[in-house]
Design a protein around this ligand. Structure first.
Ligand SMILES: [Zn+2]
Length: 62
């Protein structure tokens, strides 16, 4: 398991519903697949990792 350090968790701005699937710029929770509302930044080695969660999963995973 690679060590990762939580940098910050911030609320994401709500994106408007797209007019087509290919124009969908919204992000989805990596755990349950619903629309993501929280963005978590992690420090992993020399890189920054961004993971997106919904309100429910952010409390369970962070
Ligand atoms: Zn979720």
């Amino acid at each position: 398991m690679i060590q990762r350090t939580l940098i910050s968790v911030s609320a994401m701005e709500a994106k408007a519903v797209p007019i087509s699937v290919t124009m969908d710029k919204r992000k989805y929770c990596i755990t349950c697949g619903t629309l993501a509302t929280q963005k978590a930044l992690f420090r992993v080695m020399d890189a920054t990792l961004i993971e997106r969660y919904c309100d429910k999963c952010v409390t369970e995973n962070i």
